[in-house]
Design a protein around this ligand. Structure first.
Ligand code: IPE
Ligand code: IPE
Ligand code: MG
Length: 246
């Protein structure tokens, strides 16, 4: 039984439904290793899970979903693994993102697009442009994303705007810093889920997750089911968020 029925509006359900969910899609390599398969088979399986869980989040009324697909540190992996990931992204961005059209999903990429091939960059920009006017869930795909890198960029942009007179120093506050991040204009994540049992944030949404609830699950990402998402939401719903108060 799904936790929330298809197409239920967030407002109509309960406060228990997070507005913004982040997912660290981890465990593809271990999933493949367990089966004696190459790591890239794990990434293909993980990509399918991404498609399934994204549509499910949209169906149950999640407003924002941010998925961590490739970090600024993942370039350190062996060349053939990085190449297989890049080769996987292209058909994925073509097929899966065409799919998301039916669900009116707005697609955004967070992270620095510069190091990707021209083909990939073009696909990312096309997807952002063609989905911008949709009215469904906002899907942020974090690709070459690192939160420290994001914060450094924000600091540089703020400082150049102060220098060129577009901004005065006393306008700098928490809201302004948020507005210089890739996630500008979006609410902070309520819930971050990390499958694969790792208890760390790995440079994901550091600023934005100041008061996010974390749910760590043991399932490896390619095995992650809709029912695991329901379970994470249920755990979240049972938390008492205090934001430093009592
Ligand atoms: C996540 O799975 C995918 C990426 C980081 C690109 P991993 O590849 O990190 O899988 P494990 O953690 O080695 O199992
Ligand atoms: C985080 O997973 C990045 C993504 C899932 C894209 P990693 O597998 O890279 O993180 P660590 O190395 O275990 O911290
Ligand atoms: Mg990993």
């Amino acid at each position: 039984m799904p936790f929330f029925k298809k197409n239920e509006k967030a407002a109509a359900v309960s406060e228990a439904l997070p507005v913004h969910i982040g997912i660290i899609m981890d465990g593809n390599g271990r999933w493949a290793k367990k089966r004696g398969l190459p790591r890239k088979a794990g990434h293909s399986a993980g990509a399918k899970t991404f498609r399934k869980i994204t549509r499910y989040c949209s169906d149950i009324g999640i407003k924002y979903l941010t998925v961590y697909a490739f970090s600024t540190e993942n370039w350190k992996r062996p060349e053939d693994e990085v190449n297989s990931l890049m080769n996987l992204f292209k058909p994925y961005l073509e097929e899966a993102l065409a799919d998301f059209k039916d669900d009116s999903i707005v697609v955004k990429f967070i992270g620095d697009k510069a190091p990707f091939s021209d083909d990939l960059k073009k696909l990312m920009i096309e997807n952002e442009k063609s989905s911008a006017d949709r009215d469904g869930m906002v899907l942020n795909i974090a690709m070459n994303y690192g939160s420290r890198d994001e914060i450094v960029r924000a600091v540089k942009n703020i400082s150049s705007d102060v220098k060129n007179g577009r901004l005065s120093e006393n306008e700098i506050d928490e809201q302004l810093v948020s507005d210089y991040l890739y996630t500008a204009g979006q609410p902070d994540p309520d819930l971050i889920i990390r499958p694969s049992g790792e208890y760390r944030i790995s440079n994901f949404l550091l600023w934005q997750s100041a008061y996010t609830e974390f749910v760590i699950m043991n399932k490896l990402w390619p095995d992650f089911e809709k029912s695991d998402l329901d379970e994470a939401i249920q755990i979240y719903a049972g938390r008492n968020r205090r934001y430093g108060g009592v």
